[in-house]
Each structure stands twice: as C-alpha cells, then as structure tokens.
Design a protein. Structure first.
Length: 334
C-alpha cells in the first residue's frame, strides 16, 4: 500500500496565518511517499530513506517515546522548554505520527507493520516535506488497516504531529497537501482557487539554520495588530491579481509581502540582497514558509517574472527551476 502526498508553496501570508489571517498556498509537483506492509514479527519497522533510519520497535517502546514527546510539548507550552527541545531527532516526527494514529483509533495491532517513507521534497526548506510525509504515512496505514478516515481526522492527526515541530501550526501545509491545487486558508476554512496561470520559479536558497518552530516563536514576539492587517491586505491583493491573472498586481503584492517578512525578521540579509537584485531585473520574489531567524539561508524562494530568471540566478550561484501545481493532493499511488 503506497500513498503519495504533494509538497506546497505558500504564495502569500505565511506567519500571519498562524495568527488568524488568510494565506494562499499551492500544492507543488514534488512528492513524499509512504508504503506500509505486514511485518513478519509483531513489531513496527521504520525505513525512513531520506534520513537513512532503519529500525524495528515494539509498540510499547513507541508508546513510551510518544508520551515523552507529549511531555516535552507540554513543557514547551508552559514556557519551560524551547521548541527545539520537543522533537530531538528527525525520525521522531514520523514515529509520533504513526503511534498517535494507532492509539487515537484504539487500534490493537494484531500483526506488525513495515513503514517505508521517501521524500523528494527538500527537508526543512519551507516546501511542506513534514506535512506531506505525515499525511502519506497516515494514509498508507489507514488503507493497510482498512480504516476510513474523514478529512478532519487526517488533519487532526497531522496537526498533533506538526505542532511538535511548529509549536503551534496553522494547519495550512496539511490542508494544501491533502486537497492539492491552490487554496486560500483562513481560520480553518478552505476556499479553492484557480491555480496561477503565470509561471512560478523556485530557488532553494538552502536549509535554514533555524527550524519552523523557532521562527514561529520569534514572530510571536514581534508581530502586531498593525502588521497583521498589512499581511491580510497583501494576501487580498495577491488573490485579486491571481483571479484576474494580472501579473503586475501579483508582483506588487509579492514585493509588499517580502517587505513584511523582512519587518518580522525572517529574511536573512543575504537573501534580502538577492531579492533586491531580482527586483532590479523586473522580478518579484519572496521567501515561502517559515524563512530563517539565524544564518544566511532561507529555504524556498518563489519568483514571479515575465522573463525567465534562471540564467540570472545561475550568475548568483542559485539554481532556479519552474514549479507546477499538483491538483490531486493526497492519494494512493497506482
Ligand atoms: O514549515 P514551513 O516552512 O512550511 O512554514 C509553515 C508556515 C508558517 O506560517 C510559518 C507556520 C504555519 O504553521 O502556518
């Protein structure tokens, strides 16, 4: 049983979405897959190919890990731990998602399971690799165990896992990976939008030193009602430009969104300089996702431009590629 889930790009409104403002995101043609089959022994084995993790666990060992992670998260919520001290190792996110899923459904594993995951979505770069991997794992398990889940169930299971990493997740990554396509997300409500007709280019500026949870915690300290209103305005302007396929207005909204991201301190200086150079070439660009509060890498950067910016990016040692919308979302691979 193999499930597949797309990554995503937040086109407008990241961070503000955590504080109840609208955001627009698009599922992209980069995928995470998870497959599940029966284990010969009554163990759960993890084959997490991207992080080269291969190990068998008893369900009781996994449950002990899950309880430890929940304790860490509670300490984070009380201000006794930083978000980086909740999940300590990269395999723990998938292990938590799997165990929590089995426990929440009160599923008594009568035989073991082998879970294998792989992601072509760069990890920790704002492209939704965690959400896609969590959803693909849950979908593959649910199908393997013949359990039907509602959309809300997928999202609630996913959110409980993602919160351990984001601190408090808005849920936008999970929603867009689940549905596919392009959507506006606002306080739990999803409105489907036409995918952009203009080309979107992607530059991966590299894996940020800080993770999403650290950025979200930082933004909580600096965000104001005034800034949130500004974020909401750029997202409304972006949506208008998208609906009218008006590239000039889309570009202006992206530039304004970039300035707001600079104001909340999630755009490294090196990336700000690169974006200024792109703007001089007639492009509009912004970081997508959490960005970074340390170091000079910011993860995914989107560019909207009438001219192909690939050659210019290469002169600045950045690889640039066109990215397309995935319209199908979470599914079983044929
Ligand atoms: O994890 P990332 O880099 O895709 O960021 C998620 C987007 C945020 O708005 C920063 C957080 C959230 O939960 O919406």
């Amino acid at each position: 049983m193999k499930a597949i889930a797309p990554g995503k790009l937040i086109l407008s409104g990241e961070h503000a979405v955590v504080h109840g403002q609208p955001a627009i995101a698009m599922a992209v043609d980069r995928y995470a897959t998870a497959s599940v089959k029966q284990h010969a022994r009554s163990l759960v084995s993890f084959d997490l190919l991207n992080i080269k993790y291969h190990k068998d666990h008893s369900i009781s060992a996994l449950r002990a890990l899950k309880n430890q992670l929940l304790e860490n998260y509670e300490a984070f919520q009380k201000g006794e731990k930083g978000i980086k001290d909740v999940l300590k190792l990269p395999m723990e996110l998938t292990q938590f998602a799997v165990t929590n899923f089995l426990d929440k459904l009160n599923h008594k594993l009568t035989s073991g399971m082998q879970i294998k995951t792989h992601s072509e979505i760069p990890i920790g770069c704002g492209l939704g690799s965690s959400a896609a991997t969590i959803l693909a794992s849950i979908h593959a398990m649910a199908n393997h165990l013949n359990i039907e889940l509602s959309e809300e169930s997928y999202l609630n299971h996913g959110l409980e896992a993602e919160n351990l990493q984001h601190g408090r997740s808005s849920g936008i990554d999970l929603r867009v990976s689940y549905h596919g396509g392009c959507l506006q997300y606002h306080n739990g409500t999803v409105d489907k939008l036409q995918p952009p007709k203009f080309p979107i280019y992607l530059v991966n500026t590299g894996s940020p030193k800080s993770n999403t949870g650290e950025c979200v915690s930082h933004v909580k300290q600096v965000i104001s009602e005034e800034l949130l209103t500004e974020f909401a305005k750029v997202t409304t302007a972006f949506k208008q430009g998208l609906l009218e396929n008006d590239i000039a207005n889309v570009q202006q909204a992206i530039k304004n969104n970039h300035q707001l991201l600079v104001k909340i301190g999630v755009v490294p200086e090196a990336i700000q300089s690169f974006i200024s150079m792109l703007e001089q070439q007639g492009c509009a660009a912004k970081l997508c996702g959490a960005g970074a509060v340390h170091g000079d890498k910011g993860g995914a950067l989107m560019i909207v431009s009438e001219q192909d910016p690939t050659a210019f990016c290469e002169t600045k040692s950045y690889h640039c590629e066109l990215i397309h919308c995935d319209t199908d979302g979470l599914r079983i691979a044929s």
